[in-house]
Design a protein around this ligand. Structure first.
Ligand SMILES: [Zn+2]
Length: 135
């Protein structure tokens, strides 16, 4: 990827990061305020459910923030667009679609295959322990 495009993507990433920090700050402020609002246990349960969703969103935001920070570090170190696993060049098409890509398509597919197998194993052991519990 040429330098102009890298600079352009860098400014996009910095903007994204800024937005994420704003929204991450907002969700945690909201979480602090709803603590005493629900004296009723049922309302509190609903609020807890909402908090669970908030936690998932916040977790995803944190992950995105980390991915963007890592991409910015790679830009500064001149490693942007280089696969962190095999060292080959990541295609421009892939970088435009997802500037935080740190792996080439081949390595990413291998990694996703591993994750899928692992999550199937986790699902299976969760099911196994659940059916054991219900006996
Ligand atoms: Zn690779």
């Amino acid at each position: 990827m040429n330098t102009n495009n890298v600079h352009y993507l860098k400014s996009l990433l910095i903007n994204n990061l800024h937005d994420l920090h704003l929204s991450a700050g907002k969700t945690s402020a909201e979480m602090k305020t709803d603590e005493k609002l629900f004296p009723d246990p049922l309302d509190r349960a609903t609020a807890d459910l909402g908090r669970g969703v908030d936690l998932i969103i916040r977790g995803r935001e944190r992950e995105l923030i980390r991915e963007i920070e890592e991409a910015l570090t790679r830009i500064d170190q001149g490693e942007f667009g280089i696969c962190q696993n095999c060292g080959s060049t990541i295609s421009d098409k892939r970088l435009w679609a997802k500037p935080t890509s740190s792996l080439c398509v081949e390595c990413k597919e291998k990694e996703e295959g591993r994750q899928r197998r692992r999550s199937i194993l986790n699902d299976y052991s969760a099911m196994a322990s659940h059916s054991y519990m219900s006996w």
